[in-house]
Write a protein that binds this ligand. Structure first.
Ligand SMILES: [Zn+2]
Length: 226
């Protein structure tokens, strides 16, 4: 056993890590999520991703493809995992899941940059981190695609969770700009976020990127609400 592993086992004896999906105890070979939960994640097939894309985004011409890793239904283990990534300071887990994303899906590897959906600076201060940046970092570690913070959120908006599709679009309209000193002219951009719900946020980000000359905008997320 290497020194690092000894230390890790030792710390787990006193501070056992629990699974983000089922809250069960993790073994020393498991990271963040137990192997049972990992195998029960409903990883979407390429056909399922394409069908969801066609049903949701094909007509608006802003988003060219979507790559959610898994589908997320009400009261599922996936919901708990995403909730932890977002609100419970599980920063290493966000990077870990980003790596899983890039190991599982390689379709977007020919793009130029990864751009996290930004948080307003006050919201980032409140939360302490932007989960989309951490997921991007994980994807970048595996795929080698650079992370560029190409977008800035200029307005603080209330949480979108309880709003209708129309209200979400209205709420988010004109709240993103291209970051100072960044050019996306002719670039193929992958927008990275944690969850794809109605897509109003990523559509608005895509609009700004395309207006500034991006040739292609695809979306990579951990989850897709089904
Ligand atoms: Zn579990």
């Amino acid at each position: 056993m290497a020194a690092g592993e000894v230390l890790r086992s030792f710390s787990q004896l006193f501070f056992p890590e629990t699974c983000a999906g089922c809250a069960g105890k993790l073994t020393s070979s498991e990271n963040f999520i137990c192997s049972d939960c990992i195998s029960s994640l409903s990883i979407l097939t390429p056909e399922e991703r394409l069908a969801e894309y066609k049903g949701r985004y094909e007509t608006d011409k802003l988003i060219d493809a979507i790559y959610p890793l898994f589908g997320m239904m009400k009261d599922s283990a996936e919901i708990e995992i995403i909730h932890r990534v977002k609100y419970r300071n599980k920063q290493r887990m966000a990077v870990f899941l980003g790596r899983r994303h890039a190991e599982e899906i390689i379709d977007y590897y020919d793009c130029d940059i990864l751009t996290p959906v930004p948080l307003h600076k006050l919201k980032k201060l409140e939360r302490g981190y932007n989960q989309s940046e951490l997921i991007s970092r994980g994807i970048s570690e595996v795929s080698g695609i650079p992370v560029v913070n190409a977008l800035t959120k200029t307005k603080y908006t209330e949480t979108q969770t309880h709003k209708s599709g129309f209200e979400r679009r209205k709420n988010i309209y004109n709240t993103f700009v291209l970051s100072k000193g960044v050019s996306v002219e002719g670039k193929s951009v992958v927008l990275v976020d944690d969850v794809l719900t109605t897509g109003s946020t990523v559509s608005e980000c895509a609009r700004v990127l395309k207006e500034n000359g991006a040739s292609k905008v695809t979306v990579a997320t951990l989850a897709l609400t089904l």
